[in-house]
Design a protein around this ligand. Structure first.
Ligand code: HEC
Ligand code: HEC
Length: 387
C-alpha cells in the first residue's frame, strides 16, 4: 500500500516553518506501512480521512447560529483529530478491564445515549445519572458539560469518564490516567493516529481531550424532519428566521405542536423554545432548572432535544419513561425551589401551570418526534471504526 501521508506531513511542516518559525518540528516517524498497521485493527484509510472539519451546514444554520460554536480557537475540528477522537470513543481498551467504551453508554442509533435509567460501568457498577444524548454539544454556549455542569467544557469532560471509578475505572487506585497512557503506547495504532492528528507520536491526556472533544463536537444534527421543514420556509428577515410559519412537510398536528413549543405562555404557547432553542435545540446558556423537585438548589442543563424521540428515559435521573410524562411535568408538575427558572414561573413567581388540552399535549409530543435525525444516527463517520 502506498503511503501518501509522509509528503503531506512534510509539506505541512514546510508551511509551518515558513509561517511560524518558532521551532523546528520533530521529525515524522509514521512508518511507511502505517496504513497496513491501521488496517489490522480499524476500518480506516488514513490517507483518505472522512470530512469532519467542513461539515457544510444547511441554510437555516445561519451565521448567527454558527457563531455560537463553542470550539476554542486552540482546538478547531480537524479530520485527523476527529478520527483519533472516534477511535478513542469506541475503544474498550480505555476502560480498566477492556469491557466498556464511551460508545457503550452513548450508542449511535439511540442518539448517543442509552435506554437505561443508569448505565453500567466497567465493573457492573451503575452511574449516578442517566446517560446524556450527544449531538449539537458544540452549540451549547454555556460550555459546561454534564447535567450538573461540573465539567468546565468538552475538553475537560472528555477524560473524566475514563478516570471515573464506576464508568471506565482508571482512577487513582490503578495509577490514574498515566497507567492508561502507558497501556495505549503499546497499542500500535495509537502512535500513528496521534502523530497524524498532532504532529508527533506523544500520547498525552491533553491530546486525548482535544481529539475526543473534536469528535463529539462533530456530531452535529442538521437533518431531522424539523430541519428539512425549516429549510423550506427559512427567511432570515422574519422573526425566528421564519420558524413560526407552518412547515410544508409537517402534519397539522406537528405544526400545532411546533407553534406550542415556540410560543411563550403569555401568547398561548408552552414556552419550550425559551430554553431549548431551535434550530440546534441546545439549551439556552442562562437557563436554570425546570422544577423537577421541590426546593431544588442545583442548576441542571439538558443536552440537545435533537433525537429526543429515539429513546427514553428522560431527565438527569431518568425519572420519566415517556415524552408524554415529560410534557405532563411541564403542564402540571413544576415544583417551586430556588433553582427554578423564571420562564417556568407565573407572573407572581409561582410554578407555571400550562393547562394544556389532551390534543395540545399530543401535538407537543408529535413535534418532539420530528427532531429525530436519521442522518446523524446512521452516519458512518460516527460509527464504530474497529474491526
Ligand atoms: C458507563 C456509562 C458511560 C460511559 C462509559 C461514558 N459516559 Fe458519557 N455520560 C454518561 C452519563 C451517565 C452522563 C451524565 C453524567 C452526569 O451528568 O453526571 C454522561 C455525560 C456525558 C457528556 C455530557 C454531555 C452534555 O451535554 O453535557 C459527554 C460529552 C459525554 N458523556 C461523553 C463521553 C465520552 C467522550 C466518554 C468516553 C471517554 C463517555 N462519555 C463515557 C455515561 C457514560
Ligand atoms: C427554563 C428553561 C426550560 C423550559 C422553558 C423548558 N425546559 Fe425542558 N429542560 C430544561 C432543563 C434544565 C432540563 C434538564 C432537567 C434535568 O434533567 O434536571 C430539561 C429537560 C427536558 C427534557 C429531557 C431531556 C433529556 O435529555 O432527558 C425534555 C424532553 C424537555 N426538557 C422538553 C421540554 C418541553 C417540551 C418544554 C416546553 C413544554 C420545555 N422542555 C421547557 C429547561 C427548560
Amino acid at each position: 500500500m502506498k503511503n501518501n501521508l509522509a509528503p503531506a506531513i512534510a509539506l505541512g511542516f514546510a508551511f509551518l516553518a515558513m509561517t511560524s518559525c518558532s521551532k523546528d518540528p520533530e521529525p515524522t516517524v509514521i512508518p511507511p506501512d502505517a496504513n497496513t498497521i491501521i488496517g489490522k485493527y480499524l476500518n480506516l484509510n488514513i490517507n483518505q480521512l472522512p470530512n469532519y472539519a467542513n461539515p457544510g451546514y444547511p441554510v437555516h444554520y445561519s451565521n448567527n447560529i454558527l457563531a455560537n460554536d463553542n470550539a476554542p480557537s486552540i482546538n478547531r475540528v480537524t479530520d485527523a483529530g476527529a478520527v483519533l477522537g472516534r477511535v478513542l470513543f469506541y475503544d474498550k481498551n480505555l476502560s480498566r478491564n477492556n469491557s466498556v467504551a464511551c460508545a457503550s453508554c452513548h450508542i449511535q442509533e439511540k442518539g448517543f445515549t442509552d435506554d437505561q435509567t443508569f448505565s453500567e460501568g466497567f465493573d457492573g457498577g451503575l452511574t449516578g445519572a442517566h446517560s446524556m444524548r450527544l449531538g449539537n454539544t458544540n452549540f451549547y454556549t454555556g460550555d459546561r458539560m454534564f447535567w450538573d455542569k461540573r465539567a468546565i467544557d468538552l475538553e475537560d469532560q472528555s477524560t473524566m469518564p475514563i478516570k471515573d471509578h464506576t464508568e471506565m475505572g482508571f482512577d487513582d487506585s490503578v495509577g490514574g490516567i498515566d497507567s492508561l497512557l502507558r497501556k495505549m503506547k503499546a497499542l500500535e495504532y495509537y502512535p500513528i493516529l496521534f502523530e497524524q492528528a498532532f504532529g508527533t507520536t506523544d500520547i498525552t491526556e491533553d491530546r486525548m481531550q482535544r481529539a475526543i472533544a473534536q469528535f463529539v463536537r462533530s456530531m452535529v444534527s442538521t437533518d431531522s424532519k424539523f430541519d428539512r421543514g425549516f429549510a423550506q420556509v427559512f427567511n432570515p428577515a422574519a422573526p425566528g428566521a421564519g420558524d413560526g410559519a407552518p412547515f410544508p412537510n409537517f402534519t397539522p398536528q406537528e405544526n400545532q405542536g411546533k407553534a406550542l413549543f415556540l410560543s411563550p405562555p403569555n401568547a398561548g404557547g408552552a414556552g419550550c423554545a425559551g430554553c431549548h432553542q431551535p434550530p440546534t435545540f441546545a439549551l439556552n446558556a442562562n437557563s436554570l432548572s425546570n422544577g423537577l423537585d421541590l426546593g431544588e438548589t442545583t442548576v441542571f442543563k439538558a443536552p440537545t432535544l435533537k433525537n429526543i424521540g429515539l429513546t427514553g428515559p428522560y431527565m438527569h435521573d431518568g425519572r420519566f419513561a415517556t415524552l408524554e410524562e415529560v410534557v405532563e411535568h411541564y403542564n402540571s408538575g413544576i415544583q417551586p425551589g430556588p433553582a427554578l427558572d423564571n420562564r417556568l414561573r407565573n407572573p407572581v413567581g409561582q410554578p407555571l401551570r400550562l393547562n394544556l388540552t389532551a390534543n395540545q399535549k399530543q401535538a407537543l409530543v408529535a413535534f418532539l418526534q420530528t427532531l429525530s435525525d436519521e442522518t446523524l444516527i446512521t452516519d458512518s463517520r460516527f460509527a464504530d471504526p474497529f474491526k
